[in-house]
Design a protein around this ligand. Structure first.
Ligand SMILES: Nc1ncnc2c1ncn2[C@@H]1O[C@H](COP(=O)(O)OP(=O)(O)OP(=O)(O)O)[C@@H](O)[C@H]1O
Ligand SMILES: Nc1ncnc2c1ncn2[C@@H]1O[C@H](COP(=O)(O)OP(=O)(O)OP(=O)(O)O)[C@@H](O)[C@H]1O
Ligand SMILES: [Mg+2]
Ligand SMILES: [Mg+2]
Lengths: 267, 267
């Protein structure tokens, strides 16, 4: 049965699609069979990334390990049972359709609150939540006092995760392994960075997630999007010499993959 | 009649709420009467910013110029005319309620496609679209070829703006002054940064928006959120000496306000 990785955060621009593309590509490069689903049906950044990758492979002739993208099947609403939600049916049909043939299913969620995203969170074996290194983003996880020293209570997104956990417990499913990864972290030592690190680790203990090493703010994480590439592909396209920032980025990628602790994945 | 400034971009995390708070506060500090509306009814980052600001003013006793936040009025659906949309009614009621008493109404949009956001775009005198310095964000404005040299066609967000413009033209309203401001721009000289600058200016000519100088990636733009402050308030709270980055940030703020070309605003 495929292991389901969901990448979610209701806050816009946290880095969900970026993390999704990098984790899915890393798993493909390790020889795993990976299916990806993009639940952001209008923006479709992950689909666009995959399209650019296919286009690059076709134009360059270079065979790159690649996840396979799957659309959610259309469902005729008249076939739904009483009280059944069409989005739930589309998602479960997509997952059941690919699960037998792959090692991992990676699901990218939109930066807003949708029924599809709620449903995906309750299907997650592993949930990765990227987080900008900012209290604007932290505010969607929990309320904190103005000096950022005391957690005052959970916010809308952590409540949604809590509900997904309850649903899984009632269904007798294994608990979600919830991992929060800071993203676009600044390079210099800064007070804000230290405060964020403290606040995230305080919250981890309180609501039960693991904190993974994340990504720094590096142009290599975004500049390859037009060609559908990631920094892991650079050797295959003939770039032998990596600069310092790209070497550090590869290390950050490796550290994240290790922290995810995925079944049968040796880093 | 109040001048309506809408801050919008369907792409999550572009910097809409950050730009909204800074522009609204700058106008208040210039002695203008500013009403703010937050159309992200679930995330409410701008409301949270305003709450933190009120809380800081109360606790510190320091009088800071402050925009006034307004909720969208609840509308009883049974009072709607045939075919009238409840969200349209809530937004127009909110705008009409505050317009007589203020110089500016600033409306922050969510990072997704909603009816409220569509409606707000058609009410805009000035539309500010912040954009991360990344082709992932650019993809929501337009499709571009893999070498980022040719614009292939508009994307979902620019099509939505196009529709709002059509609507205004048919209603005999003045054209929207559409301004795109790059945000979180890296400090070093980078190929990606140059390519983005070229692509944005190419698109500006093609679909008719102005490009404003934007904000660099600076921690000062985000670290004051827990206290509801902006870098413009630092003098009032007793910080006389600004560091180099904060001086540069003030200049970026001043350049943006100048570029907006707002009525009766001298920078
Ligand atoms: N570590 C990083 N370094 C530099 N840029 C990054 C990094 N991570 C993400 N970005 C950029 O930040 C922006 C937001 O990232 P992304 O689109 O992946 O977030 P998202 O959470 O999927 O957004 P949405 O809420 O719109 O779905 C993009 O422009 C992306 O290129
Ligand atoms: N110039 C900047 N420098 C540093 N950080 C920034 C800058 N602009 C925005 N940020 C940070 O980037 C993140 C996204 O900004 P913000 O929340 O304002 O975007 P948004 O477009 O309103 O997002 P959403 O789509 O969720 O509404 C936040 O964590 C914010 O603190
Ligand atoms: Mg995304
Ligand atoms: Mg916002």
């Amino acid at each position: 049965m495929a292991h389901i990785i969901v990448v979610g955060n209701e806050k816009g621009g946290a880095g969900k699609s970026t993390v999704s593309m990098h984790v899915a590509t890393a798993l493909s490069r390790l020889g795993k069979t990976v299916a990806v689903l993009d639940l952001d049906l209008r923006q479709r950044s992950l689909l666009r990334y995959m399209e650019n990758r296919q286009d690059f492979i076709k134009r360059s002739g270079i065979e790159l390990p690649t996840p396979t993208y799957h659309e959610l099947p259309e469902i005729d609403p008249s076939t739904l049972a009483e009280g059944e939600n069409v989005f739930d049916k589309r998602l479960t049909a997509a997952v059941e359709g690919v699960a037998p043939d792959c090692d991992f299913i990676l699901i990218d969620c939109p930066g807003s609150h949708t029924r599809l995203s709620q449903m995906a969170h309750s299907l997650a074996d592993t949930l990765i939540t990227p987080l900008n290194d900012s209290f604007v983003d932290f505010d969607l996880l929990a309320r904190i006092d103005p000096k950022a020293e005391k957690i005052l209570g959970p916010s809308v997104y952590s409540e949604m995760v809590w509900n997904a956990r309850q649903w899984r417990a009632q269904a007798g499913l294994q608990a979600i392994d919830w991992i929060v990864a800071r993203n676009r972290v600044g390079s210099q030592r800064m007070l804000n960075k230290d405060k964020m690190a403290k606040a995230v680790s305080m919250l981890a203990k309180r609501i039960g997630f693991r904190v993974a090493p994340g990504f720094s703010e590096r142009v290599i994480f975004r500049e390859l999007f037009p060609r559908g590439l990631t920094l892991l592909d650079l050797k295959d396209i003939g770039i032998k010499q990596l600069n310092i920032s790209n070497i550090a980025a590869r290390q950050e990628m490796r550290d994240l993959m290790k922290a995810l602790n995925l079944p049968n994945v040796m880093i």
